[in-house]
Design a protein around this ligand. Structure first.
Ligand code: SF4
Length: 263
């Protein structure tokens, strides 16, 4: 889905034994929605405004030639609506007739209609109020348990991550800064960026005091030499300005890219 001038410069994307970077566009189209699906950010911009919700759920099934009759596809679409706790009447509605939370659930229904192995949820709750946010995340969690799918949750909300995920990867300017279990990341964060992200979470007993991360993220086409975080890091050393830190495993399953730990 990367548009030019973006490109995949290296590495693999493995789904089971299949390297997705080696697939043709047509093969990849068949993998999308049936094996990997996506819950997009901002449901309002992702749904087709002139199609009824149920037709949008069926649309990807039609595209995949599953050999299902119309009645079977409607049955699957209804099952997907029920799975995300939407009334079946919603299937006959247009997106503008739904609330923000309902639209997001409709997007989840589209993404699970073919029981994919992996669901990529890109900030699925960013436009929702906190109560709806919780309900939507509980729905994703329940579906994940029921279908046995893996969920990759992308987001900036460390509090939400702490509640929902098992393993967490922290990225900065396109590079992995740290990877570990939620327990490891929150109790022993290794990378200064992770430490600062955690410190920036508001604390109930400390009302009105917010701690930000000074500076701005560098442009991806003009990254600083050495460690990409060196322009904002409070622990920056000379070596950080010219040598890229290696992404290393420091304790079992806990990885980081920072010169502070290399010694
Ligand atoms: S490598 Fe250096 S600049 Fe980068 S995070 Fe570690 S201490 Fe900071």
């Amino acid at each position: 889905m990367i548009k030019t001038p973006g490109r995949i410069s290296g590495g693999q994307i493995l789904l089971g034994d299949t390297d997705l970077t080696k697939l043709s566009e047509e093969e990849m189209r068949q993998v999308r929605a049936s094996q990997i699906s996506m819950v997009p950010q901002g449901a309002i911009n992702s749904l087709n405004p002139v199609m009824r919700v149920r037709d949008q759920i069926i649309d990807s099934m039609l595209d995949h030639n599953l050999g299902l009759s119309k009645a079977e596809m409607i049955e699957r679409a209804n099952a997907a609506l029920e799975a995300v706790e939407l009334n079946l009447k919603v299937g006959r509605m247009y997106p503008h007739e739904l609330s923000g939370g309902m639209k997001q659930r409709a997007c989840i229904a589209i993404s699970i209609a073919m029981s994919p192995q992996v669901i990529i949820a890109d900030e699925p709750t960013s436009a929702l109020d906190v109560v709806t946010q919780r309900q939507v995340m509980q729905t994703i969690g329940r579906l994940q348990e029921r279908m046995g799918s893996a969920v990759i949750l992308i987001g900036h909300d460390m509090g939400l991550m702490a509640q929902f995920v098992n393993r967490m990867a922290v990225m900065y300017a396109g590079s992995l800064a740290e990877l570990g279990s939620v327990q490891d990341i929150f109790t022993h964060p290794l990378h200064p960026y992770t430490q600062m992200l955690i410190e920036s979470l508001p604390v109930l007993g400390n009302r009105g005091v917010f701690k930000g991360i000074p500076g701005i993220t560098p442009l991806l086409r003009d990254l600083p030499p050495g460690c990409v975080f060196n322009t904002r890091c409070p622990h920056v050393m000379d070596v950080c300005r010219h040598k890229t830190p290696v992404f290393k495993e420091y304790t079992p399953g806990h990885w980081a890219a920072c010169h502070l730990h290399e010694k």
